[in-house]
Design a protein around this ligand. Structure first.
Ligand code: CMC
Length: 436
């Protein structure tokens, strides 16, 4: 064991404990003790043992994972060891999805077969269209997506065979393939537009744009710059290790339901404005601020605790989010095609002031992935409430990789945290007539 141990002296008893420390790939980030080793620390024989208390998992590793690495101090993000900058520059979303799920970049033959298998599953069951009809025209598309993905679980009962690798593989293709179709159905329903069938001749993101925006033209040809921009945005959103929604997917998956049920839970976790709903919240915030001259007053409100600067701050990044840097550059390429989004000036001014202000610097609050993504999505023609849906479509690959890694990890058990009970001590039931 060498020196890789932690010595704990319990001052309640004077007893001394030696607890092993283990490491991940990088000892600097992945040094950990097993929380269960704390259980031996007890005052009396019948004590439960010491718990570690960690609301919000600020300092708890819930798993060992080989998928994504983040160095939040240095602003580094890597999928399976590959820097996000290189993937955004050279990869495609489907290739990145393969990498995230399989651990290695595919050969040409592996990639072709992967892409074909996904594109072959893009059609959704006709019942899904009827399900859409049940939603009100102004239903938020994230609510619709949660319902639709949950409904998929009823259409594919064999998906419960989660320990059969072939079944798992088929449903992984299907989920990656059908998320854009469902997202497009939700959008078209909200607009009262007829649904557009998937087009296998187009790329994954090209087909998605076609299903969303095709109108009367015989063939929809996506603009190559916008198609590539969406693909890059999808690469940037594909995984982000143990965030709130990945944790939800793992947690739900740990009770062994089918993957559709677990992913529906992931979408629900993503929906909130502190997570994937932040891109929508940023756009609404920028619209409310309206112009550059209103920025100082808004910053004053943030500092007074009246509101949050959405798109800023991150649990892990204590530096500029590397995804935000790439997105900021990408915005100018998109604006070259669509024209500038006037809200960009408001966003740039917010960033300029915030990055000079001690409130934000001292709390290490920097722009995150959601700060600029919405400005691009809006310029591309997406309505604001579709922004988190785009995040969900892209994150599906990461959720599935996290789910599969959890299933195949022999150390994982059903997610079942402990609590420190702070309620009433034992007391006898008081009959209603005797209560004051
Ligand atoms: N605006 C103003 N103050 C903030 C912000 C913000 N966006 N974020 C954190 N703070 C302050 C917070 O008030 C607290 O200050 P104090 O110490 O004085 O109480 C301090 O910074 C620490 O904040 P926290 O809420 O304890 O940090 P957390 O790690 O629990 O939360 C977060 C992280 C992302 C939820 C939070 O920064 C936030 O709400 N940001 C805005 C929403 C957002 O942009 N979310 C998208 C995250 S990136 C995409 C994704 O992966 O989901």
């Amino acid at each position: 064991m060498g020196n890789d141990t932690l010595t704990i002296i319990d001052n309640r008893t004077g007893k001394r404990y030696e607890i092993p420390i283990f490491y991940g790939t990088y000892p600097r980030y992945g040094a950990a003790i097993r929380a269960a080793d704390l259980r031996q620390i007890r005052v009396a024989e019948d004590d439960f043992g010491l718990l570690s208390y960690d609301p919000g998992f600020l300092n708890t590793a819930s798993c060992k994972s080989a998928i994504t690495f983040i160095d939040g101090e240095r602003g580094i993000l890597r999928y399976r060891g590959y820097p996000i900058e290189e993937l955004a520059e050279q990869s495609t979303y489907l290739e990145t999805a393969y990498l995230i799920l399989h651990g290695e970049l595919p050969t040409r033959a592996q990639l072709d077969s992967w892409v074909q298998n996904i594109l072959a599953h893009t059609l959704v069951h006709e019942n899904l269209k009827r399900l859409m009809e049940g939603f009100h025209y102004d239903a938020h598309p994230m609510g619709v997506l949660i319902g639709a993905v949950g409904a998929l679980s009823t259409l594919y009962p064999d998906a419960k065979e989660i320990f059969d690798p072939e079944v798992r593989q088929r449903h992984i293709w299907r989920l990656i393939a059908q998320m854009p179709t469902l997202a497009a159905l939700a959008y078209r329903h909200s607009r009262g537009l007829p649904y557009v069938l998937p087009d296998r001749e187009l790329s994954y993101t090209g087909n998605f744009l076609a299903m969303l925006f095709k109108t009367t033209e015989r063939h929809y040809t996506p603009h190559p710059v916008l198609e590539r921009a969406l693909d890059v945005l999808f690469i940037l959103h594909a995984d982000h290790e143990q965030n709130c929604s990945a944790n939800a997917v793992r947690s739900i998956g740990s009770s062994h339901p089918d993957p559709y049920s677990a992913i529906a839970g992931g979408i629900a976790a993503l929906y909130g404005p502190l997570h994937g709903g932040a891109n929508e919240a940023v756009l609404r915030m920028l619209t409310r601020i309206g112009s550059k001259d209103k920025v100082p007053a808004f910053i004053a409100d943030v500092k007074a605790g009246k509101t949050r600067l959405m798109g800023f701050g991150h649990r892990v990044y204590k530096h500029y989010d590397p995804r935000a840097r790439i997105i900021k550059r990408l915005a100018y390429e998109v604006f070259g095609v669509t024209g500038t989004n006037p809200l960009l000036d408001v966003a740039l001014e917010l960033e300029r002031i915030a990055l000079e202000d001690d409130y934000f610097l001292s709390r290490q609050l920097f722009p995150n992935v959601d700060f600029y993504s919405g400005i691009i999505y809006q310029a591309m023609g997406f309505p604001v409430d579709m922004f988190p849906v785009l995040f969900a479509v892209a994150r599906t690959a990461g959720w599935l990789a996290q789910w599969e890694e959890m299933l195949l990890d022999g150390e994982q058990r059903i997610a079942r945290p402990r609590q420190v009970y702070t309620g009433a001590d034992l007391r006898p039931y008081v009959p209603l007539a005797q209560r004051g």
